[in-house]
Write a protein that binds this ligand. Structure first.
Ligand code: SF4
Length: 167
């Protein structure tokens, strides 16, 4: 089992795959109200939107936004799963594959029209939801994510973390 950080703060990551990143915007908006409360409790160690990008390392919780659209992304998300004790799917694209996966239901003519793009960007045959690639521990639905559900998930992760550290 990975050993994230000093044990004093919940080590978290925020990762975006194929999507519009609106849940990232929601999360940063939430910092307006929750920054002071979270700062002593959460170390957002792997979150490109908040700090210098760095390769992911061991963490307590990984929040993953977006659908998975290529073999490269599958490899990246499997590495995140290996490093994280808990993985949370963020937003409809990660939870269900849609709306990022709209091309999965295109008719044959449209599929032929976009074929060059799929090939140019080395994309997979089908767009996948997160759970199609790795086991997921929790989901925050919504497009963008439901912020109340996200806050409850953060609280639950903090609670679990405190219980584990006091055990
Ligand atoms: S769930 Fe909606 S808001 Fe979130 S990335 Fe997908 S399209 Fe954007």
């Amino acid at each position: 089992m990975p050993q994230p950080g000093s044990g004093k703060k919940l080590v978290a990551g925020w990762f975006s795959f194929s999507c519009c990143e609106d849940s990232t915007i929601m999360m940063t908006e939430l910092l307006n109200d929750h920054y002071a409360e979270w700062l002593p409790q959460i170390d957002f160690r792997y979150a490109k939107v908040l700090r210098q990008d760095r390769p992911p390392g061991p963490m307590d919780v990984a929040f993953v936004e977006g659908a998975i659209t290529s073999a490269t992304q599958e490899k990246q998300v499997k590495e995140i799963r290996r490093l994280a004790k808990k993985v949370v799917a963020i937003g409809s694209c990660a939870c269900t594959g849609m709306p990022s996966g709209s091309r999965n239901v295109f008719d044959e003519k449209t599929r032929q029209e976009i074929k060059f793009l799929i090939e140019r960007f080395n994309m997979g045959e089908k767009v996948k939801k997160l759970e199609d690639v790795i086991p997921v521990d929790a989901k925050v639905p919504g497009c963008p994510m439901n912020t109340d559900a996200f806050l409850k998930t953060v609280q639950a992760a903090l609670q679990e973390f405190k219980s584990a550290n006091n055990a």
